[in-house]
Design a protein around this ligand. Sequence first.
Ligand SMILES: [Zn+2]
Ligand SMILES: [Zn+2]
Length: 249
Amino acid sequence: MKSQKSQRIKSRFLGLAKRAEDFLIPPLCVICNGALEHDRWLCRSCLNSLCVNHNTRNACPRCSQNRGRRDCACEFAWDYPFQKAFSIYDYDDTLRLIARHIKYKGKKRLAYHMGQISASLIPQDFFDNIDIIIPVPLHKSRMRARGYNQAEWFARGVFKGMNSCLRLHIDLLRRTKNTGTQTKLDKESRLSNLACAFAVNPHKICELKGKKLVLVDDILTTGATVEACTEELIRGGCASVRVLSMGRD
Ligand SMILES: [Zn+2]
Ligand SMILES: [Zn+2]
């Protein structure tokens, strides 16, 4: 109890110190340390260098991969339980750095900001007939360690930027098993590691029945996590799932 309290005091103090620092030293671009103009996080040239995946004629209708740059094999081998996936940006050096700031350097506000400025880049029809947006949940022990769920903050930003009448639901799906870091595992190992890692919130199950969902993650890698989430959501009675991410590694 006592350590939780001192933890809270410590994080509140750090928050205040950060705000004071931002006030005294104007923040610079998180990517290149250049001067900021109209954007709070990224300079104009870093913003312009982000490579948007939307609506290119080469884009795969299922995985949104720009086939002009990278191949995909969706028409031969789409074995995901979700309908389709859309990644807003190409996973280049700039996006990789942004993702790292979001995930490992405490910048949850950057996740929110990225969601907000990127919402208009998502093809309109991606949200056709969608009822609910939900983020990929984080296990509570990781939540405690990081202090926030970056997928949730990105989803909140997208939701804010869309200005639509959809619903954002952050407590529909829970991560019940702490799978640890999966970065070193291949897809098969990730999937078995993720078996039974997610559970629909039993108090919210009636809100899921028959609904069409968009599941939001920050960066997709093998897709094993969103696959496990989708399977649990479908078991819980939802009609369909689409996957939205900021980028795909
Ligand atoms: Zn920059
Ligand atoms: Zn594809």
